[in-house]
Ligand binder design. Structure first.
Ligand SMILES: *Cc1c(COP(=O)(O)O)cnc(C)c1O
Length: 376
């Protein structure tokens, strides 16, 4: 079976895990700090606003706390979003307000947000679908004017840029994922950006037991160290969702390999663009290459024969899927609004394999199988 996504892990990751074992410190330590710094630097940022965690979903739930979502607040979420976003909003007691998205690139637009905004709107979650940035100029202009917090789900946008600025650094908070299917994987893991440093500090405390961010340990060389370092105070009810040095060791190696991964993904995307144009009734993804740098996390095609095509490809050993099933169709989140584009997208869109491990013969097989399907 040709996989939709696949990790590329090797000797380098194994070697660095080995060193972590030998160091006798596998918890959150200097490698986590190094990864936070390198990740931020890769996005042309310094690490001050960044904070690692255990998953992107953890960060999504954290957002509800950091921005104090509560009864009476309205939180706008595009119907085509990762499900934990809706869960986080619902759990907070705030109202989940779904909106539609662009029919072709599946990204939310300022006009979609504008249709559902009210004076109760507190925040909007946007998702850079498949690693292709949303139109940030119009979204930020609108949300700033309305005083709405912008939270960017950048899980797919590990290194995406809009007009030279990294996705995840436009709004008030953003989160990335390093789960098993992401381009940069550490097995599991997440990264957070928070613009306001007070909120960033609070987030750090919430993710680590509610302990004050400046809590010292007995090993600290600092002069200000408490003499009884086992005493503590708790600022807030906190969880324990911190990255460890084993995860960070993998992530650091993956970050070094990321440019190569992205280059191969781009190559595959360009190949699909070329070979699949004018095949059947296919509509291919498009964006403005002069202002946008994608992370090529998804490649998607749209066709009126989506279901038959998916079955045909599965029969030929090619796994495909559709991400993300619209939230308005999920019972727990259902809403009676009209989401015409999301409806259409959920009928016609198919994500086909794209990952750096695909060989030339595999991508040829994929293209040939799709072409054959339409020429039957
Ligand atoms: C993978 C993904 C998530 C969730 O990430 P986890 O680290 O698995 O919690 C959230 N949003 C999007 C868009 C994703 O692709």
């Amino acid at each position: 079976m040709i996989n939709l996504f696949q990790p590329s892990l090797g000797e380098e990751e194994l070697q660095s895990i080995k060193s972590v074992f030998e160091s006798n410190w596998i918890g959150k330590g200097k490698l986590v700090a190094e990864f936070e710094k390198s990740f931020a630097n890769n996005l042309n940022c310094d690490a001050t606003h960044f904070l690692s965690t255990t998953s992107c979903t953890e960060a999504i739930f954290l957002a509800a706390k950091v921005f104090d979502f509560q009864l009476g607040d309205e939180i706008i979420v595009p119907s085509i979003s990762f499900p934990s976003i809706a869960s986080s909003v619902k759990e907070s007691g705030a109202d989940l307000i779904l909106c539609d998205v662009d029919p072709y690139n599946l990204n939310v637009r300022a006009e979609d947000i504008e249709k559902v905004v009210t004076n109760k709107t507190k925040a909007v979650f946007i998702t850079h679908y498949g690693g292709v940035p949303c139109d940030m100029d119009s979204i930020m202009e609108f949300c700033n004017r309305k005083g709405i917090f912008v939270i960017e789900d950048a899980a797919c946008a590990v290194q995406s840029f809009y007009k030279g600025k990294a996705c995840g650094t436009f709004g008030d908070m953003a989160m990335w994922s390093f789960d098993a299917m992401k381009t940069l994987t550490a097995g599991d893991g997440g990264m957070i950006y928070i613009k306001d440093l007070q909120k960033r500090k609070r987030a750090q405390e919430l993710l680590y037991l509610g302990l004050p961010a400046q809590q010292k340990s007995g090993l600290d060389s600092s002069e200000s160290k408490a003499s009884n370092w086992w005493e503590f105070n708790i600022n807030e009810y906190g969880r324990r969702a911190i990255m460890n040095d084993i995860t960070a060791a993998i992530a650091i190696e993956q970050l070094k390999k990321l440019p190569g991964f992205l280059e191969r993904r781009k190559e595959i995307s360009v190949f699909y663009d070329k070979k699949l144009q004018n095949v059947g009734d296919l509509i291919l993804p498009k964006w403005d290459y002069s202002t946008i740098k994608s992370s090529y996390y998804f490649y998607w095609i749209q066709t009126s024969k989506r279901d038959e095509l998916a079955q045909h490809l599965l029969d030929n050993g090619i796994y495909t899927t559709f991400r993300y099933w619209p939230l308005h169709k999920v019972n727990l989140f259902s809403s009676d609004g009209l989401y015409e584009n999301s409806e259409k997208i959920s009928d016609n869109t198919l994500n086909i394999p794209i990952h750096q491990g695909l060989t030339d013969s595999e991508i040829n097989l994929i293209v040939n199988s799709i072409t054959k399907f339409f020429n039957r």
